[in-house]
Write a protein that binds this ligand. Sequence first.
Ligand code: SAM
Ligand code: SF4
Length: 326
Amino acid sequence: MLLDTHQRTHDYLRISLTDACNFRCFYCMPNEEIAVTPNSQLMSTEEILDIAKIFVALGVRKIRLTGGEPLVRKEVKEIMEGLSTLPIQLTMTSNGVLVHKHIDTFQQIGMKSINISLDTLHATKFLALTKRDQFQQVKNNIDLLLDRHFKVKINVVVMQGINEEEILDFVAWTKHIPIHIRFIEWMPFDQNKWSKEKVFSYQKILASVDQAYTYDKLDDKPHATTKKYKCHHHAGTFAVISTMTAPFCSSCNRLRLTADGKMKNCLFSTSETDILTPFRQGQNIIPYIQQNVKRKEAALGGQLGDDYTLLDTTLLENRSMIAIGG
Ligand code: SAM
Ligand code: SF4
């Protein structure tokens, strides 16, 4: 069991398959020219599977594949097939643009649920946000997933002055379609152009929905990052991930593995533990994993205080989101 010093058990691992991406979302990455980690430094397919087995032996019961864009990883099919033989719930967060090429594999391995990121319902804004003219392909792939009865959650990073005016349109989508919208407060990472003025808070998100809908609070699962709601008579739900204004650290059960085999116990942790190098040397990596868990801070990696408006981002020590694996 992976227990930290704050009595939190960790049974959920997010594995980044690559720090490469076919999109260029401005809020996620430093700029167009970031260097992608060479293949030799990435965990190979076999290494991912062997390291995942060790985490499962230590109590991990859910694995989410992420990135960068996990579906650009050449060996993603073999990785999904291998991981699906483990006694875990396997899922993924993707930008959705390559889903049609992999949906048969998702079904064959028994994946039930997938998170797709989509920050706008307008093709022109999509192009401005991602630098890629792929809105329709992403939308078609969401429809394809729904047709094939996947549970689809949509991640929307809400940013003041960018897409907050679309909150009601996203909620309207849940009226007849069993889709689950997750509004995410924008978080600061290395060179991601974050500013406190552009954070659109949990309270403001609810106030926006209040303008047009009545809704009920739903029960949240014990380790949930989301605060879930359902509008009256809607088929789907909406939720808020309020990392900046109402974090959920006290019940956190998540660990992360970067594509180059470094373990992070929090998105905001200042330190990382190299798991891959000792693994390649044939060492037992369990003590490294356990030490990393024991070093987990009570909240937000010990870096972000209670009030995000006082945050000095020049003091933050972290990688970019695309390099951590969101
Ligand atoms: N490429 C995949 C995707 O976009 O879904 C997976 C990786 S991405 C880093 C994972 C999630 O992190 C996405 O939903 C993305 O919108 C979110 N994200 C990226 N940067 C963020 C930030 N600064 N604040 C909040 N969420 C962010
Ligand atoms: Fe790529 Fe996802 Fe980051 Fe967008 S949010 S740049 S799709 S990793």
